[in-house]
Ligand binder design. Sequence first.
Ligand code: PHE
Length: 391
Amino acid sequence: MRYRLLVLTAAVACVALGGCTGKNDKPGTAAEGNTIKIGHYASLSGKEATFGQQVDNGVKLAVDEINNGGGIGGKKIELITEDTQSQTQGAQNAVEKLIGKDEVSALIGEVASGRTMAAAPIAMREKTPMLTPASTREDVTKDENGNVAAYIFRICFIDPFQGTVMAKFAFESLNAKSVAVLKDNANPYSVGLAKAFVEKFKALGGTIVEEQAYEGGQNDFKAQLTAIKGKNPQAIFVPGYYTEVSLIATQARQLGITVPLLGGDGWDSPTLTQGEAKTALEGCYFSNHYSEQDTSAAVQDFIKRYKAKFNGEAPGAMSALGYDAMMIIAKIIKDSGKSDRETIRAGLAALKNYKGVTGNITIDEHHNATKPAVVLQIKDGKFAYHSTVNP
Ligand code: PHE
């Protein structure tokens, strides 16, 4: 709103002064600009800081490679990153600013489904394409009426699939027939993934012996874990984000719970297994978008280039997805010779068989990508490849 007012004020001033060249009067057309502006909004600080930082590094690596190669049609990509501080309001402010003030051609973000969904109506209102690298909740790409959101896209699988992967893994690979669930009620991703898991696990013939919930940001989970322990599950599904999962695992072991904990992509962080959580999570499993141990040249070359740029730091799945997201937008601009918002929107809707670091990406009519998931096992604090599950 603030920026709309600003633009309006500027427009009035233009008329009053009898001029202005009109170079920027069509946001996102960027035809006369010297750069192509792309906005990235990410949790660079706060509770999910490693998510935002890792994607941002992936996006930056892509931008560097594009610009060092001469840019696109002679123009450099100008990346503008805004910190959401791991907060919903922060995501909305960031997107208002990137669209209204910076006039970006397209947006990349967020990782967390809840924040992507909070910012999506702004992108819809302003007809600006938004590509989320990693938000997996089913309705991220839907509008408030449940229809496909015209400007919102993603390049990752969705939680009904991810939930199925882990339910089958628990039931078939671990042979667990009774499982408990501990979800984050303040996190739309966690709620959606828990639902998908429970439905599939029951459909397979398994029993959910206990369902407990917490609110992200809390740090004492003993009451929920005690209730779960009383039901003697063979595994516990914890579809949350890494900050809470580390604490939950540590407290579960303190209470004498020895069964494996299972989770989804929200576990993916280098800090998940820090401190006491390292032993607490040893042997546990989670699903993810990619494995560092994938021996394909695409993955291993990416890891090499990423490590070279970021002091030997290893990329997470989000880094690879961020890299792919930026490269896809660049390819659309290159192939079409245009960088306006409508062209990028149409290019995303039509994307087929893009060979990314995270696999083959085709965006379907629901604006989602259908891709395999990997199951990883925590071994000595590291994420070891266990298996791949195809859709
Ligand atoms: N899929 C999670 C969500 O939608 C975010 C996430 C993606 C976390 C990839 C880690 C890795 O909220």
